[in-house]
Ligand binder design. Structure first.
Ligand code: MG
Length: 384
């Protein structure tokens, strides 16, 4: 009998989490959902439990535990930070980490410690603690397969040829404000920033795509995932989001990966690797396909320049970068700051930070807390 892979999905109620469940639902002969974890969207979580009947669930918000316990008497229900470890103590093959933000770091590490395959959609794990996460992967003989579309593409393009990589070229859609001057960016509204031209995603990543901070994070993510030097990482704007990234080899040949922008493709690949599974995602209509590539306007979108500096400094800078951005995006979504203030908040907090090289996990957690507090204080001062 074919082995059905047991899957735990962390962050199951978010965009990537739901798409992962969709992939699992379409492949019942290959995957079984045995556990889910959600933050606060209790109705979606209840819907998922009814449909997939996992044996365990974790919910961050303890107030909701009894709502779930009342409805599903035979279900193991965990809560809080320690609860996630209990969920991961179950026998499983693949953990999909689709938690958003810094909160995804510890679950990534705990998954690797148990030797699971980690299908990683939480890019912050790699951004803030890439060196530690890679160490855990090696030490516990676990395996990280990226879910981020660009990194899934690079992973597939490199395949077994990692000795010959010259550069990796991350593609960026450019977001809704591609072509805007800095002057024009001053006046953009939250509603406009939330209208991404090609991808449907959660709120933070949509704003991060508009500032290109998401691309900056992906540069750092690529560095650690593929063991690259900073100058091997290039970014190019490709508005159609068909080419998901490319690898340039030492002989100046390029391999790129194309598909319609549908996250179910990289999600399924992270589950099925090294095999591939059929799906009913759209085919590319090659006869009507236009693909263009442009330089990034680094004056309007400073995030790319900033990311190179952060990679050079390394240490706790990436954690502070992420922390300040989490707070700044939240303030922008709540209309407390303007669009261009997001990058200013991040720059201010990075400027104030005293870097710690080769940080421990504790140093990174401290840097995250410090970065969030410093950003909050700065935003408060801005509003006075
Ligand atoms: Mg991406």
């Amino acid at each position: 009998m074919k082995h059905i892979k047991k899957v735990i999905v962390l962050g199951s109620t978010g965009t990537i989490g739901r798409l992962t469940l969709d992939v699992i639902k379409r492949n019942p002969d290959k995957y079984e959902l045995i556990g889910v974890s959600g933050k606060s969207n209790i109705n979606e979580l209840i819907k998922q439990i009814s449909e997939f009947k996992p044996s365990a669930v974790h919910i961050y918000d303890y107030k909701n535990v009894y709502k779930i316990k009342d409805e599903f008497v035979n279900l193991e229900v965990y809560t809080g930070d320690s609860g996630i470890c209990k969920l991961l103590d179950r026998e499983c093959d693949i953990v999909v980490n689709a938690i958003s933000g810094f909160a995804g770091l510890i679950p990534s590490i705990e998954s690797l410690k148990r030797g699971f395959r980690l299908a990683l959609a939480n890019k912050e794990s790699m951004v803030v603690a890439g060196h530690l996460v890679k160490d855990f992967e090696k030490k516990y003989m676990a395996q990280i397969i990226p879910v981020d579309s660009e990194h899934s593409a690079i992973f597939q393009c490199i395949d077994a040829h990692d000795k010959y990589v010259k550069n990796v070229i991350l593609t960026a859609s450019g977001g809704p404000f591609r072509g805007y001057s800095k002057d024009k960016l001053k006046y953009v509204k939250c509603e406009d920033a939330l209208k991404h031209p090609t991808w449907k995603m959660g709120k933070r990543i949509t704003i991060d795509s508009a500032t290109l901070i998401n691309k900056g994070m992906e540069m750092i993510e690529a560095k650690w995932l593929f063991g690259l030097e900073d100058n091997q990482i290039k970014v190019i704007v490709h508005p159609q989001s068909i080419m998901h990234s490319m690898v340039q080899f030492v002989d100046n040949s390029y391999i790129g990966l194309m598909s319609v922008p549908d996250m179910r493709i990289p999600i399924a690949y992270a589950l099925s690797y090294p095999e591939r599974i059929k799906n009913d995602c759209s085919e590319l209509d090659l006869f009507y396909l236009t693909m263009t590539f442009e330089k990034v306007d680094i004056d309007s979108f400073e995030a790319i320049k900033l990311a190179y500096n952060i990679m050079k400094e390394d240490g706790t800078y990436p954690a502070v970068f992420n922390a300040a951005d989490e707070i700044a995006v939240d303030a922008f979504l709540n209309k407390r700051i303007d669009f261009l203030d997001i990058i200013d908040v991040v720059k201010y907090v990075l400027d104030k930070h005293i870097n710690i090289k080769n940080p421990t996990l504790e140093d990174i957690i401290d840097a995250n807390n410090w970065g969030m507090e410093t950003a909050m204080q700065f935003i408060k001062d801005l509003n006075h």
